[in-house]
Write a protein that binds this ligand. Structure first.
Ligand SMILES: C[S@@+](CC[C@H](N)C(=O)[O-])C[C@H]1O[C@@H](n2cnc3c(N)ncnc32)[C@H](O)[C@@H]1O
Length: 264
């Protein structure tokens, strides 16, 4: 397991790419305003001990500290390069074998990560092990079929659906959203609630949402070309069309994420 895991299911170069910083910042800018309200409603205004499992550059840890003043907000990530940007306390380590005692946290966050793992279940099992009695996991899960563009060109409109089976063949699954209940149950979670978090070009900052696709393009264009067998120029053309769509308020564009609240 650990070999595939340490390779991030074949997405290592993308996960550790310089552009990840821009990606995580842009994603947080469009997602956090709605996610913060969901967290407040579900977990209250003051948090206890929080762990961000696979915390990346710490974009969310910073926001959690500012908005919820938790007793502790710790992070763990495989990649030291991201952690250097994170702010303490953070730990370099593998989320499949997190170096913390059972029951150390009241809330474990797992955001934007399952799609990059060869098998999400062992990481979810770790999340569960780390929860104190009464604790809960908060997940933000992607499903790449739930990204909508109002473009006439089906190459662009269905781009992520086209590449999903190719990623699957290489070991990662872009359809985590629809599988999350099954995976959480397999990891031993019992109380599972799912709610949608819609980021669209009517309600989000359009330029920030455009940046998400800009950074995805910069970080993934070469991989997407290799995976799909299409030229990198074609992949870049598709992302440019997505970005035009996002910037045009007369044509709808949306990214639907799932927020999952899970109790052991
Ligand atoms: C797309 S980023 C998301 C970061 C952060 N959760 C956020 O929402 O901003 C995915 C992160 O997962 C990390 N990662 C992937 N596999 C991991 C593993 N097995 N253990 C710990 N971190 C891992 C990567 O290094 C990367 O920083």
């Amino acid at each position: 397991m650990s070999g595939g895991n340490l390779d991030y299911g074949g997405q290592r170069a993308n996960m550790e790419h310089d552009t990840m910083r821009g990606t995580l910042a842009a994603q947080a800018n469009v997602v956090w305003p709605k996610e913060r309200e969901i967290l407040r409603r579900r977990h209250g205004a003051r948090m206890g001990r929080v762990l961000d499992l696979a915390c990346g550059t710490g974009e969310i840890l910073r926001r959690v500290r500012e908005d919820f003043r938790p007793r502790l907000a710790a992070g763990l990530d495989l990649f030291r390069g991201h952690l250097l940007l994170s702010g303490r306390p953070v730990v370099q380590g593998d989320g499949y074998r997190a170096p913390f005692r059972d029951g150390s946290f009241d809330l474990v966050l797992v955001r934007h990560v399952l799609q990059a793992l060869p098998d999400p279940v062992p990481l979810l099992r770790e999340a569960r092990r780390l929860l104190a009695p009464g604790g809960r996991a908060h997940l933000l899960v992607e499903d790449y079929a739930a990204i909508l563009f109002d473009v006439d060109d089906y190459g662009t409109a269905d781009h992520f659906r086209e590449v999903a089976p190719r990623f699957r063949a290489r070991g990662t699954d872009l359809y985590q959203g629809r599988r999350i209940v099954r995976h959480l149950r397999e990891a031993g979670f019992k109380g599972i609630e799912v709610e949608p978090l819609l980021v669209d070009n009517l309600s989000a900052d359009r330029e920030e949402l455009a940046k998400v696709f800009h950074w995805w393009c910069e970080g993934y264009a070469a991989t997407l070309a290799e995976v799909s067998g299409r030229s990198e120029a074609e992949i870049r053309r598709r992302f440019a069309a997505m970005i035009d769509n996002v910037r045009d308020p007369g044509r709808y564009a949306a990214w639907l994420l799932l927020v999952v609240d899970a109790a052991p």
